[in-house]
Ligand binder design. Structure first.
Ligand code: PNW
Length: 446
């Protein structure tokens, strides 16, 4: 089974950037050579991770990185998106950990030799635990510690990095981590979630300032995730409910960056739940961006509900991935068009898209045709958005390989490459081969 798009599609041009993505905590292991982070603590708390696992070894990428770079190269991608572990490169006293930064320098140099562009995310959720012990993202000071971290690493890494993203998915860090309690650090209050979000976006703005100074030639920006909100029916009330959910879960994290204010739904929060915003903060948040990273997986459906503003409804009989997320590529097209209409955006990169499937390794191969189909459908959806005029420059599959899937532990597999966690043997799945062949077949005439 193949992935293919019409010959004339923008997605078939060499100039379009294709990559694969990972994140430090999900693949590195190497627990002993970094500071403990909030995910180590969360994993050691009973009942938080579905299979009781942790990220101490993960995919042993810290040891196997050379092999993994060969693997990435064998997929013929133009780019690799990775994240840095804050607690591997910065010591508790704020100084640089030379062994930690050396690991990334070697990795980035190896990518450079292979002409693979490095897209580096500075924060993909692994906050050093000592910072959480001082309040984490509820403490405004954390935003300045992040700026300092960004400053130090961007000075050292220099032009090895093609693109820096400040944060990955501030929605997940703040809402899932501080409001819903299902991600680290596992706190659950509206006021916490909203305050954490503001401090994360502040951290982003502060970091952008130093990145533009230290790495003016890199493409600097942020990665946001969107789960578009659809009504369960055509009724006006359900449509309103979906629009409110969209403000609360999606627009909350993008509107301040481009419009310098939070969505109107903030006005309906109780005063105790509203974030503290200091004078001048919005000027810091709205730094110009070189790119916007968009992560897309699925959509959600909402219904009007008298006691709440909106209620999420699980629809029966819709196609779903192994993690339970609805497969609905049209939402990808709709999302990109609506973002493009709503904001003055820089070029967009799709920094994550992919699916968890119930993979079976049989006779050293994984025949994940359902995942191939997911990619086919979503690349077609992306093509439609480009046709409609949205400026999209690249696409990253999530993920290079199976890895630690947060609260799901190792139970859910998102990789183009299968990982046997007993042996650490990697096997390229049918989807990985299809992705490689699709990238390789792009024509060069135009
Ligand atoms: C993203 N949601 O996480 C992350 O960037 C990856 O680290 C992760 O492995 C991948 O997607 C797959 O889950 C998300 O509930 C987790 O809306 C949860 C949500 C969205 C993104």
């Amino acid at each position: 089974m193949k992935i293919s798009l019409p010959e004339a599609s923008r997605l078939n041009q060499k100039e379009f950037t294709y990559g694969v993505a990972t994140a430090s905590f999900q693949i590195e292991g190497g627990y002993d050579s970094r500071l403990p982070c909030i995910w180590d603590t969360f994993c050691s708390t009973q009942g938080k991770i579905r299979d009781g696992s942790d990220g101490k070894s993960a995919c042993e990428h810290l040891k196997l990185w050379k092999e993994d770079i060969e693997l990435i190269d064998s997929l013929n991608v133009d780019a690799y998106r990775l994240s840095l572990s804050w607690g591997r490169v910065i010591n508790q006293d704020g100084s640089v950990n030379s062994e930690g930064i050396d690991f990334y320098i070697q990795l980035l140099d190896a990518l450079k030799r292979k002409k693979i562009k490095a897209f580096v995310t500075l924060y993909h959720w692994d906050l050093p635990q000592h910072i959480e012990d001082n309040g984490g993202w509820l403490n405004r000071e954390t935003a300045f510690l992040f700026q300092d971290y960004a400053d130090k690493v961007s000075q050292i890494l220099g032009d090895r990095v093609y693109s820096y993203a400040t944060l990955n998915e501030p929605f997940c860090s703040s809402y899932l981590g501080y409001e819903a309690g299902i991600h680290a650090p596992g706190l659950a209050q509206v006021s916490y979630g909203r305050q954490a979000a503001h401090h994360l976006l502040l951290a982003h703005g502060l970091a952008m300032q130093v990145l533009q100074k230290n790495a003016p030639h890199s493409l600097n920006g942020i990665v946001l995730n969107f789960t578009p909100c659809y009504p369960v029916s055509d009724s006006l009330q359900d449509k309103k409910a979906a629009a409110l959910a969209d403000e609360y879960f999606n627009q909350w994290y993008i509107k301040p960056l481009f419009d310098g204010r939070y969505p109107d739904i903030m006005g309906s929060l109780e005063d105790k739940d509203k974030p503290v915003i200091l004078a001048g903060d919005m000027d810091i948040l709205t730094q110009p961006l070189d790119f916007l990273g968009v992560n897309f997986y699925t959509r959600n459906r909402y219904q009007h509900c008298p006691e709440q503003r909106f209620k999420e409804i699980t629809m029966p009989d819709v196609p779903r991935t192994d993690i339970g997320w609805e497969i609905y590529p049209q939402a990808f097209t709709d999302l990109l068009i609506s973002l493009d209409k709503s904001y003055q955006l820089p070029p967009i990169y799709i920094t994550e898209n992919g699916a968890a499937m119930d993979d079976k390794l049989i006779a050293q191969s994984v025949n994940d045709l359902d995942r191939v189909q997911y990619y086919q459908g979503h690349l077609e959806a992306l093509d439609k958005a480009i046709e409609a005029g949205v400026n999209i420059q690249g696409y990253f599959a999530w993920s290079l390989m199976d890895n630690f899937e947060w609260a799901e532990g190792y139970l859910k597999r998102f990789g183009l490459v299968y990982v046997d966690y007993n042996t650490q043997v990697r096997t390229i799945k049918a989807s990985g081969l299809a992705y490689r062949d699709f990238i390789t077949a792009r024509h060069t005439d135009n």
